[in-house]
Design a protein around this ligand. Sequence first.
Ligand SMILES: Cc1ncc(COP(=O)(O)O)c(C=O)c1O
Length: 406
Amino acid sequence: MKYDFESLIDRRGMDAIAVDAVGNPEIPMGPDGPKDGFDVIPMWIADMSFVTAPSITEAMKKRLDHPLFGYFATRKEYYEAISFWHQKRNNMPPIPAEAIGYENGVLGGVISALNVLCSKGDNVLLHSPTYIGFQFSLADNGYHMIQSPLIKDENGIDRMDLADMEEKIIRNHIHAAVFCSPHNPTGRVWEREELEDMYALFKKHDVYVVCDEIWSDLLIGDSRHIPAQSISEDARNRTVALYAPSKTFSLAGLIGSYRIVYNPYLRDRIEKEQALSHYNSMNVLSMYALIGAYSETGMEWLDELKTVLTENVDYACRFIEEKFKGVCTSRPQGTYMLFVDCTGWCKEHGRTIHEVEKAAWDVGVALQDGTMFGGEYTLRLNLALPHSRLIEAFDRLDRYVFNPAE
Ligand SMILES: Cc1ncc(COP(=O)(O)O)c(C=O)c1O
């Protein structure tokens, strides 16, 4: 490997909730800290324990050499980098600069789009399990979530239930959907046919789509991401697509996402809506970070990262299958999150999922309760960490949580 995905970087005290919030009452959002004798292995919040691509820090450092940071206009290189990236990674046609709009965060972008597409109190269609950020941001902004559960097919792959979606669309007068592609938390990467069928349904009932593609670069194995807007001319015009380099390159702390909207009516209305707060605006260093990320070097780094994540996913899924009786998971096709169902194990051992979670935290495996995403006995594990740490985490889960010596 040309890039380093193995070094154990000490992030403590360096602005990382992933480690600093663990067992810290001053940041009351993280897992409990471990018992004596165990160090923390961060496997909860969705950022990675890897040093980011060098082209990003180089682009930012170069800009820092010019120590003036006044008001600025978005550089044309920013738009060019986004267009370059989507052409190379997703086989998209060149994206005109006017179709690209800045958003501080993807969730804010989802809300700007819904504010244009809905009235307050409107019903919005989503799949369940549902990313917790959607749940909070929709509730906070007065939208009512209608969830259509994904159902496992005979091979254990999560599929949309189109009949259920249609019934819910009609019954609840739905005209807006938030669609997650790839899907968090299941890691499903949608196939073209599934997207075509979904868009046929949305066209039939005139449902507009806010498509969150924040995970679209993080593909496991040979999965391919199909951008929603590439499905058809109709899909292109009824979709607001949201992206960011934040998950791909671990840049959440820099802030900076963007939307792609081809429909000029929607674009103008969202542009106005997103500007209303007067604080949804780009930071000059994050602009350079994106330019550094969406480059040939960024691409090379990402290809190596995908190999590392694929190895980690393979290891974790195999380990669970071979050693954790009563625990099951579908192999994620994208993202670096593993959604794990412990129903069988919990029932057999008479334990709650919170007891399982606490037992993992006690030995430093700082994983996340999955129940807030859906499923009574679920856990969610972040696999974006050096392979040696993953091995250690699964060894501890084996010895102290799922198969402890009597
Ligand atoms: C599907 C999805 N959308 C959005 C976000 C958050 O994006 P942002 O921080 O840009 O709002 C996350 C973070 O985990 C996510 O998983």
